[in-house]
Design a binder for this molecule. Structure first.
Ligand code: BES
Ligand code: MN
Ligand code: ZN
Length: 496
């Protein structure tokens, strides 16, 4: 996408769609007043008629604007100026971008409002650039007639006389984040016969190299030699061999601490012998969203040349029920020696990332974050739009929450009391892989905690937000690319 930043009066901008934000209540800014003048009072008339209230993400299109250089105009509500936030501006920008991207070869121009409340102009530009990239990309990759098309050109319009130079870095950052989110979305949206451990790994290599990331792929023999007994057990029921992708960004010096990002990459989760019912299985191509998020974030971290050390790990398996499938009652020996009695083969995600976490700990990770579509229980607890967070180190978790807040992404922390460990006890092994009916998101996190050797760690359960069952005005259904931005932010700013 050709993305430009310009400083001009809205009336003089050449585009197929000119997008202008309108605040709810209060005075209009100079730019809106002068646009209204150029439109011979049309905006005031619409406001008086009650068609232009400025309520958050309200849309009103003006299909013919002969007195403007742009062909048509889309007005989008900003909500109350005092309530404008990153999350709200993101919603506004995404709604607008989605609204005007249903035709091919559209040239769009979006005005950055003069009054941004708590938002800096840089943040507003960055979020807008991301929305233009993400909002114009659909999930209908396999339809003869698509319903969404990347823009032919996009302009971010600042008020006349603005200094363009101060926001050019923000524009670039926004675009890079948008590309990273779209990469994560695309990988999740592609079907499981296309994306399986080998093809995910091949794609990761292909994306990583031009970004300047070091990328290594462990095949099943290497994983065996490294003792990934738990991860390999899950892979046994599939004809598709397991992989682990390691993506390394060394932007910091030798004394800078290393952050490890670990993603669950179950490219299809049938449930294994504890097979899922049809309805629950339908969307299980999304079960590699954690791995896709890690890959997306790593490409952005590298392209932004952040002066930090980050290693991304994707644990990749397909959970199937072939003749060699792992069974209920099997005892697995994980990489760190912990023995696990299998009580449910559908609790497979924790058996994949536990080995990856322990590998990361043994290979220089000073702090860790894992992302996994791990439990339906987390969706029951927090709903579809909020990720669960679990930690063994509150200070590190606080850093992550600060990053998420600055990016307008929602996390909620759940407890990690010792008493939950009781639920994981086994009669024959060190632990079992499920904790029973209650508190399922937490017992899954307590299970993972056994594999991080006390290093500062946060587990993010993204089972709800990673994949949306339906489209909404501000976001496409299917994969969402949630938390890519938060990971990039915490990699840059997270201190411990
Ligand atoms: N991949 C699923 C969790 C999931 C559910 C992701 C819904 C996205 C949407 C995971 O592997 C799973 O099957 N978890 C089980 C755990 C149970 C057997 C303890 C679950 O949540 O039912
Ligand atoms: Mn499962
Ligand atoms: Zn799963």
């Amino acid at each position: 996408m050709n993305l430009q930043i310009v400083s001009a009066a809205a009336r003089d901008v050449d585009a197929d769609w000119l997008i202008v934000g309108v605040p709810e209540g209060g005075e209009w800014s100079n730019e809106l007043v002068s646009l209204d003048n150029a439109l011979q009072g049309q905006l005031s008339r619409l406001r008086e008629a009650g068609d232009l209230t400025g309520k958050l993400a309200e849309l009103l299109s003006v299909p013919d604007t002969p007195t403007l250089k742009a062909t048509r105009m889309l007005l989008v509500g900003l909500g109350l100026p005092s309530e404008l936030s990153v999350a709200r501006w993101d919603k506004v920008a995404m709604t607008a971008a989605r609204q005007v991207s249903s035709k091919k070869d559209i040239r769009v121009a979006v005005c950055v409002p003069e009054q941004l409340g708590v938002l800096s102009r840089e943040r507003a530009v960055e979020v807008l650039a991301t929305a233009l990239v993400v909002g114009s990309q659909g999930q209908d990759l396999y339809k003869a007639e698509r319903s969404r098309f990347p823009f032919a050109a996009a302009q971010i319009v600042l008020p006349p006389g603005s200094d363009i130079g101060t926001v050019s870095a923000a524009t670039e950052r926004g675009r890079i984040l948008g590309d990273a989110i779209n990469l994560a979305r695309e990988l999740v949206n592609r079907p499981p016969h296309e994306i399986y451990p080998e093809t995910f790994a091949a794609r990761a290599l292909q994306e990583a190299i031009p970004c300047g990331l070091m990328c290594h792929v462990f095949d099943e023999h290497r994983l065996e030699a490294e003792g990934f007994g738990s991860l390999l057990a899950v892979a046994k029921g599939s004809d598709r061999p397991a992989r682990m992708v390691v993506l390394e960004h060394r932007g910091g010096g030798p004394h800078t601490p290393t952050l490890a990002l670990v993603g669950k990459g179950v490219t299809f989760d049938s449930g294994g012998l504890s097979i899922k019912p049809t309805d629950g299985m339908l969307t299980m191509k999304c079960d590699m969203a954690g791995a896709a998020t890690v890959l997306g974030a790593m490409t952005a971290i590298a392209r932004l040349k952040l002066p930090v050390n980050v290693i991304g790990y994707c644990g990749l398996v397909e959970n199937m029920l072939g003749a060699k499938a792992y069974k209920l009652g099997d005892i697995l020996t994980a990489r760190n020696g912990v023995t696990i009695e299998v009580h449910n083969t559908d609790a497979e995600g924790r058996l994949v990332i536990n080995d990856v976490l322990s590998y990361a700990v043994d290979h220089g990770a000073d702090r860790l974050i894992d992302l996994a579509t791990l439990t339906g229980a987390c969706v029951v607890a927090l709903g579809e739009d909020v990720s669960g967070a679990f930690t063994n180190n509150q200070a590190w978790c606080d850093q992550l929450f600060a990053a998420a807040k600055s990016q307008g992404e929602d996390l909620w922390q759940l407890p990690m009391f010792d008493s939950y460990n009781e639920l994981l006890k086994s009669d024959v092994a060190d632990c079992k892989n499920i904790g029973g009916r209650w508190g399922g998101a937490i017992t899954a996190a307590k299970f993972l905690e056994k594999f991080v050797a006390g290093k500062p760690w946060v587990h993010l359960d993204i089972a709800g937000p990673a994949f949306a069952s339906a489209s909404k005005g501000h976001r496409e259904g299917g994969a969402t690319g949630c938390l890519v931005r938060t990971l990039v932010e915490v990699a840059e700013k997270g201190q411990l």
